[in-house]
Design a protein around this ligand. Structure first.
Ligand SMILES: [Zn+2]
Length: 159
């Protein structure tokens, strides 16, 4: 299956996992307060895969013929390793593919001069490439967190 064609719905208990999926480029819906019915409806209507920690919701999804993965009480990294194996996904951090971890919007390159007033001076001096979420306007750059994400991805591959 084509990597980025996978789209997810993530239940409220898996917020960190949802952020990671977005950062690595997956269209991921995440709701803090939404009924089980609504989660199942979005999964069905948008041909998504449900990721849930709730066994009952998972079983209900399967019964309805939906794709669902039960995520047990494991770490975020272990959960990512599980998804990597289940769907044959190679996680990658490339800002050009990333989605906004906050709102799931697409992120596009933006001219540094345009966003100058919106970022700290130090950041402006240090980095040349910036991206902006088309939906919420948040600005991103390849800082130290990308390095730590790469390390985590290497770790996931060895789980
Ligand atoms: Zn956003």
């Amino acid at each position: 299956m084509e990597k980025l064609s996978l789209k997810f719905v993530v239940d409220s208990m898996l917020g960190r996992l949802a952020r990671w999926l977005r950062l690595t480029g997956f269209d991921t819906l995440y709701f803090k307060n939404e009924s089980d019915e609504k989660l199942l409806e979005r999964t069905h209507n948008e041909n998504r895969i449900l990721l849930t920690r709730d066994r009952q919701v998972h079983q209900k999804a399967i019964k309805e013929g939906l794709r669902s993965v039960l995520i047990p009480a494991i770490s975020k990294n272990e959960a990512l390793a599980l998804l990597s194996k289940t769907f044959n996904i190679q996680f990658d951090v490339n800002p050009s593919n990333s989605r906004c971890p906050i709102c799931n919007g697409n992120i596009v390159p933006v001219e540094k001069e345009i966003i100058r007033s919106q970022i700290p001076n130090q950041t402006f001096e240090k980095y040349d490439q910036f991206w902006q979420c088309v939906q919420c306007g948040k600005i991103y750059w390849i800082g130290g967190h990308y390095e730590s994400m790469r390390k985590i991805i290497a770790k996931i591959a060895s789980i």
